[in-house]
Structures are given as C-alpha cells and as structure tokens.
Write a protein that binds this ligand. Structure first.
Ligand code: PRP
Length: 198
C-alpha cells in the first residue's frame, strides 16, 4: 500500500519538531500565564497523533488538558467557498481558559481561520495555534499561526494523521504520494487545482 510513497519527514524528524514545538509552547505559556493550565484542542481527524505526542512532550508541570473538535472542510466539490462545518464540539467549555488549537496542517488557511473565529467568540483567556505542517504558499486567507513545526513541500502529504481518502493516516512518518505530471498540488481533494494520482 505504501509503495507509491516517498518519505518527506521521518519519525525522527517529526519527533524533533514536536519536541521543539512543545518547548516553545511551554516557555511562552509559563512566561505569559504562569501556572494556569493550558488546554490543547486537537482538530480531528488529522491532528489526532500530533495532539497526543505534543501533549506528552509538554512538561507535566504545565498541567495540560486535552480536548478535541472535528470539522468538515467545505461542501462537496467547491473548495473555494470557505464553508467549514463543525461536526464535533469540544467536551468542555473553553471560556476563561488558555487554549491552543492543535492542527496537523494549514493549507489554504480557511479551516484554521474558521476555528480561530469560533473559539475566540467563546471568550477564552488566550488563544494560540500550533501547527505541525505549514503550506504558506497555498494560503487563500491570511491567518495567524503562532507555532509551526515543519514547512511542507509542494506535494500531497500523508501519514501521521493525514490521509488521502482516509488511507495512510496510521503511517508513523510523513510521505508524499507520487503525483501525476498534470495535477495541482496541496492537501485538497476536489475543486480547481485538486491533485489526482495514478
Ligand atoms: C485537513 C487538516 C486541516 C485542514 C487544513 O483536514 O486536518 O484541518 O484540512 O486545510 P485548509 O488550511 O486548506 O483549510 P481535512 O478536511 O482533510 O479533515 P481530516 O483532518 O479529518 O483529514
């Protein structure tokens, strides 16, 4: 199943990025919020493993809490509509809490922009974002990302939570699918510029 994958970031590279992100996040949190707990809000499904690894890389003294939400990005087909739907909300209220949105990837930025707007409206004490993979050249919207782990190549990246039609999520590394010569790039599956594979 993985013959068509080339490794982009190994398990070792991912682990180093996660450690680095956890260190920066912990440093800033203690500096700005002392001993108040931090709430990691992972965005399902892609950020499942990243959230788990990031949480465990934080110092126990940070008293990190974990919550999840799930969104569906866009309607069928039209990826430029900017429509994002909330499929699952957090279990706990985030009002007055120090929240970090944990995303596996920011591509065109619409999902993160939507989540920042949604969660900010709930009056958290603070709101930051922590993203493992960034594709800044794919942005359709200007969105603030506080912590970035890795710059993603201009390719369709899968593994470590990221899927292609629900496949490849459980790979421990990040790989790129072999593209057709005439496809567009990015982690988007439909609409103009969507990738196609052999
Ligand atoms: C991916 C990823 C982000 C979003 C980023 O989710 O996990 O949530 O796309 O894309 P954007 O910056 O272009 O908005 P996806 O919709 O593939 O769902 P999944 O996490 O369940 O795989």
């Amino acid at each position: 199943m993985t013959d068509d994958l080339a490794v982009v970031f190994s398990e070792t590279a991912i682990a180093a990025a996660v450690r680095s992100l956890a260190g920066a996040l912990a440093h800033d949190h203690v500096r700005d919020h002392a001993d108040a707990p931090v709430v990691l809000v992972g965005v399902l499904k892609g950020a499942l493993f990243f959230t788990a690894d990031l949480a465990r890389a934080l110092p126990p003294a940070l008293d990190a809490r974990i919550d999840f939400l799930a969104v569906s990005s866009y309607g069928d087909g039209d990826r430029s509509s900017g429509e994002v739907r909330l499929l699952k909300d957090t279990s706990e209220s985030i009002e007055g809490r120090h929240v970090v949105i944990v995303e596996d990837i920011v591509d065109n930025g619409l999902t993160l922009a939507y989540l920042q707007g949604l969660l900010a409206s709930r009056r958290p004490a603070s709101l930051r974002s922590c993203v493992l993979l960034n594709k800044p050249y794919r942005r359709k919207i200007d969105v603030t990302v506080d912590y970035v782990g890795l710059e993603a190549p201009d390719a369709f990246v899968v593994g470590y939570g990221l899927d292609y039609q629900e496949r490849y999520r459980t790979l421990p590394y990040l790989g790129r699918l072999a593209p057709r010569a005439d496809h567009g790039y990015g982690n988007r599956l439909s609409g103009a510029g969507a990738p196609r594979f052999e």
